[in-house]
Design a protein around this ligand. Structure first.
Ligand code: CDP
Length: 229
């Protein structure tokens, strides 16, 4: 039997990781692990419980809840203790706090455990900030996705408009900038390009072109693995 294939994708906020990872997972029939959705879910719950600025309470929260991701029809559904929170985790309020929650080492420790568990049984595509460096350092294919800040802000702003959310372009851009700074400067598992990651600047690429590029690489890996069997 062919050994499982792990694809890990990291990159700054709104660089297109989710679109690429979802599309790949669907095309290849792989499990999709959206690590950002987990950090967002904890942040959402902490805001709701009014404890988001209390580090000890957030740590207590993350140690005592069950987070589940279900990837269905191109959508990651997120559940905390069985309650669906999918609709609540991508709001400006969560965006404003998620990087602060994500810099807490104990929060990362707990979530990384769950992420690795999801990757135990088969082929998978994981995406986030530390999937190529910390969660799956032995991934078969590592990708670092980037795009210009203005392009990323334009894409995210459009997503908000499509959902009827009235956030200004400038606010979106400021939030991306702020999250990138915290995410890449924190002490534990900062966002960085793994040495062996393949860097893809998506500023001028369409999603189809990106996927085509990556599928070619996955085919090469598959062929290599088959030769080794
Ligand atoms: O979709 P977008 O790029 O805006 O963000 P995301 O992937 O949903 O991640 C939201 C936030 O979670 C990031 O800004 C990070 O603070 C945090 N995160 C992290 O610290 N480590 C990960 N592996 C994934 C996300």
């Amino acid at each position: 039997m062919c050994k499982k294939i792990v694809i890990a994708i990291d990159g700054p906020a709104a660089s297109g990781k989710s679109s690429v990872a979802k599309n790949l997972a669907e095309k290849l029939g792989f499990t999709y692990v959206d690590t950002g959705a987990m950090y967002r879910a904890i942040t959402y719950l902490a805001i709701r419980k009014n404890i988001v600025d209390d580090v000890d309470a957030v740590i207590d929260l993350v140690k005592n809840i069950k987070i589940e991701l279900k990837f269905e029809n191109g959508l990651t559904r997120v559940f905390i203790n069985g309650e669906e929170v999918t609709e609540h985790i991508r709001t400006p309020e969560v965006n404003a706090k998620v990087s602060e929650v994500s810099r807490i080492p104990e929060v990362r420790q707990e979530l990384v455990k769950i992420q690795r568990k999801m990757g135990e049984n088969g082929n998978l595509v994981a995406e986030g900030r530390d999937t190529t460096t910390v969660v799956f350092p032995n991934a078969d294919l590592k990708i670092y996705l980037t795009a210009d800040l203005d392009e990323r802000a334009t894409r995210r702003h459009l997503e908000y408009q499509e959902k009827g959310n009235n956030v200004s372009f400038d606010e979106v851009k400021e939030n991306l900038k702020k999250r990138d700074t915290i995410d890449s400067q924190r002490k534990v598992s900062p966002l960085s390009k793994a040495e062996d990651a393949y860097e893809l600047d998506t500023t001028d690429l369409t999603i189809e072109q990106e996927i085509e590029n990556i599928i070619k690489k996955v085919e090469e890996i598959k062929a290599k693995k088959e030769m080794q069997n």
